[in-house]
Ligand binder design. Structure first.
Ligand code: IPE
Ligand code: IPE
Ligand code: MG
Length: 236
């Protein structure tokens, strides 16, 4: 957000409240440097930590990060286990800082499919930060839009009619503000089963930067461009 955009009333009303990121390119980042993939993921966690700090400094209301998809189970067992290990270590090392910095952690996706030690840690982190009112950090874990929409539709059906509103009310994101901006790193331009419903009218922003190289300055660049986009929602 530029100082001028932040200070003018009209422009500040157009600021993004909810930004989501498909954090992609850890493997290619490592490959380019002839390093093991696991190290790419490790550097990816460092980028994530930095970005959460940056989002909080920017006063962003909600940051949603795609960390593990329902399709990522297809990766070799060793890589899945590296990712689980990183997740555990991240919670252990960063929970205090997030709790102290007023970050409210939420999870979308069916994280109960993870092993019980991971589930326990996630639940501890959710409970510890539940009353925080600063930036909401939403982590998508074992998340896939198709799974989310199917789960939401069956819950809606249990309660009566299946409509756009009754499905929306059962989505994992139901308590969050609408998605404004969806960013994907690493040059790929696809949704990969991420927030397909929520992205219906989100603005999309793609960058060739690989996730471990993504910094709060890149986020600022995307947010600055966002305020200049004209959103029409099908109207005129
Ligand atoms: C993103 O990086 C991290 C996860 C999907 C967990 P990738 O591991 O997909 O990196 P590339 O796409 O192979 O470079
Ligand atoms: C999307 O990235 C999932 C996450 C970032 C967690 P992938 O690397 O798994 O997506 P594809 O396979 O390139 O579409
Ligand atoms: Mg990838």
């Amino acid at each position: 957000m530029s100082a001028s955009a932040a200070s003018t009333g009209a422009a500040s009303d157009r600021r993004a409240r909810h930004v989501a990121i498909i954090m992609d390119g850890n493997g290619r980042w490592a490959k380019k440097r002839h390093l093991p993939r696991a190290l790419g993921h490790q550097r990816g966690v460092e980028a994530l930590r930095n970005l959460v700090r940056g989002a909080r400094e920017l006063g962003l209301e909600v940051l949603t990060l795609y960390a593990f998809s329902t399709e990522n189970w297809r990766r070799p067992e060793e890589e899945v286990s590296d990712l689980m290990g990183l997740m555990k270590r991240f919670i252990l090392s960063d929970l205090d800082e997030m709790a102290d910095n007023d970050i409210c952690l939420k999870v979308i996706g069916d994280y109960h499919a993870f092993s019980s030690d991971v589930v326990e840690l996630i639940e501890k982190a959710l409970a510890r930060t539940a009353d925080n009112t600063g930036t909401t950090l939403v982590v998508a874990l074992n998340y896939g839009s198709m799974d989310e929409i199917a789960r939401a539709a069956s819950k809606a059906a249990e309660n009566g009619a299946i409509t756009v509103d009754t499905i929306a009310a059962e989505l994992d994101t139901a308590s969050l503000p609408p998605l404004d901006l969806l960013i994907r790193t690493s040059g790929e331009q696809r949704l990969s089963n991420f927030l397909m419903w929520q992205a219906a009218y989100a603005e999309l922003w793609f960058t060739d930067v690989l996730w471990p190289d993504f910094t709060p300055d890149h986020l600022r660049e995307a947010l600055d461009e966002f305020v200049s986009r004209e959103r029409r929602y099908g109207g005129r």
